[in-house]
Design a binder for this molecule. Structure first.
Ligand code: SF4
Length: 485
């Protein structure tokens, strides 16, 4: 498929819209004033005049042709106008109407938060999302509910605070649909001792840095990978290093993503609890053993139930459970069972992901093999209905590339049990200092409206190898705050 631009260079936006209809495709981009001679094409033209711009889109796809044009004021958002024209033409041609409309590059809830900051009413916000972004009523509702749940958290945010993210990029085995930087433990066992030594050094270095900068630690999050792949004594060492390196007196939340139930033991849970962890994530992904097998997750539903019970017995009163809609070979019935069961078990947080397939080739292959023929949209709708009925609120929401049916991930919570860290990271409202391989630090200056990222080395091997250079990168944190002054 060729995308041809004339009088404009809105490649990013137009490609984003096209991927809603033809996902996982590489487009041929050309800049010409005439229609391409190719079989399938999109022609996007903008012609400026003194007082207005003439915009038009012509699409030819699988033997069907459509076109739309619009006269727009010179100060209009021409990218958005052209995106809407393209969306309408492609919807006509394909019969597909993606529910998030042309919201592609921005986070929907961020946009709603902007509207709320402009004092717009709920009706005005819904109108704006539908008019400007062609967003469906259903998605407007969920974005608005999420933004309102976040408001209480954002209103209490201390601008001088930060969160610490600790990356443990190891897992017992690698799930077939993993999109994270994570390595199976048997392949990298030898790297772990050096990794932990370096991680402790990075934690200490970061501790010195933040006390110099006068930042206040608000939340800690152990993610990965699967942090509980580590042994209890290794977790203890890390957590004690954190406690010795930072002022913990203002800490409001301490999460350890236990993740895979097959890594959870009583000893590990007691260790993390004793060292201050207040929230754990235990992720079944599905409560169907046959689906678990299909996705290469090396554990059973029985192990999940046991790990969950163990966490309750250890005294955890805030448990998150992640599930995924659209897993290969899953169906509506088994997905509904998973949702109902977790609600019945009383998990404080239930995060409903939609399957996202990292590599385009894989998405196409699995589609061709019929592995993805489950009703992801129906599953998400069921979860939304049941969770709302059961008193949960959506409190963070994000979308990724290559998600089935262009859906989303939503974090649901019992009121008052929302994870602060998840809101901060999604809305980019607080500095997150990341330590460990694969970690990405986000530096946020709300007053100066600045956002910068510093990336750690991705894999443990290079993290260990270039550790001194890694530490030097931390100077960027100081530079960022120096600019603020
Ligand atoms: S447990 Fe999570 S991070 Fe680890 S391999 Fe599976 S999906 Fe990836």
């Amino acid at each position: 498929m060729t995308l041809c631009f004339s009088g404009n260079d809105f490649k990013y936006e137009i490609e984003g819209v096209m991927k809603l209809f033809i996902p996982a495709t590489l487009f041929n981009i050309v800049y010409e004033d005439k229609l391409p001679g190719d079989d399938d094409y999109v022609f996007v033209r903008m012609k400026r005049f003194d007082n207005y711009a003439l915009l038009y889109v012509i699409c030819y796809y699988k033997g069907k042709k459509g076109r739309k044009a619009e006269k727009a004021k010179n100060n209009a958002d021409h990218e958005l106008c052209l995106s809407r024209l393209l969306f309408k033409v492609m919807s006509q041609i394909t019969g597909i109407v993606p529910k998030w409309g042309v919201i592609t590059g921005i986070r929907p809830v961020k946009q709603v938060n902007r509207y709320l900051n402009l004092d717009m009413s709920e009706i005005e916000i819904a109108d704006a999302l539908q008019r400007d972004y062609l967003c469906s009523q259903e998605k407007c509702d969920i974005a608005l509910k999420t933004a309102l749940a976040q408001k209480k958290i954002l209103d209490r945010l201390d601008k001088n605070s930060f969160s610490l993210y600790v990356s443990i990029p190891f897992c017992p085995t690698r799930c077939s649909y993993c999109s994270f930087v994570s390595q199976s433990i048997d392949k990298c066992m030898g790297q772990i001792p050096e990794y932990l030594d370096n991680l402790c050094k990075e934690i200490e270095y970061t501790g010195t840095l933040v006390s110099k900068l006068g930042l206040v630690l608000d939340t800690v999050y152990f993610g990965g990978g699967t942090p509980t792949t580590l042994e209890a004594h290794q977790l203890e060492r890390l957590m004690k290093t954190i406690a010795a390196s930072f002022d913990m007196s203002h800490l409001r939340e301490y999460t350890v993503e236990a993740g895979r139930p097959d890594t959870i033991t009583k000893e590990k849970l007691e260790t993390i609890k004793r060292n201050g962890c207040s929230r754990v994530s235990i992720n079944p992904q599905t409560l169907s053993d046959s689906v678990l097998k299909k996705i290469g997750r090396n554990h059973t539903t029985e192990q999940f139930y046991k790990a969950y019970e163990l966490a309750r017995e250890t005294g955890f009163d805030c448990i998150n459970t992640d599930i995924i809609a659209g897993l290969p070979s899953d169906d509506a019935e088994s997905f509904s069972f998973t949702v109902d069961k977790l609600i019945e078990m009383g998990a404080e947080n239930i995060t409903v992901h939609t399957l996202s397939i990292k590599r385009a080739a894989r998405l196409n292959r699995d589609r061709e093999e019929g592995l993805l023929e489950n009703p992801a949209d129906q599953m998400v709708q069921y979860a939304t209905k049941r969770l709302l009925e059961s008193g949960y609120v959506p409190y963070y929401l994000y979308r990724q590339k290559n998600m089935l049916e262009n859906l989303e991930n939503i974090g649901w919570s019992k009121p008052g049990r929302e994870s602060l860290y998840n809101v901060y990271i999604m809305e980019e409202v607080q500095t997150i200092l990341a330590v460990g391989a694969g970690g990405s630090t986000k530096l946020v200056d709300l007053d100066g409206k600045r956002l910068e990222r510093v990336f750690n080395y991705k894999f443990p091997l290079e993290y260990n190898k270039h550790f001194d250079l890694m530490l030097q990168k931390k100077n960027e944190v100081e530079d960022f705050y120096a600019q603020k002054e």
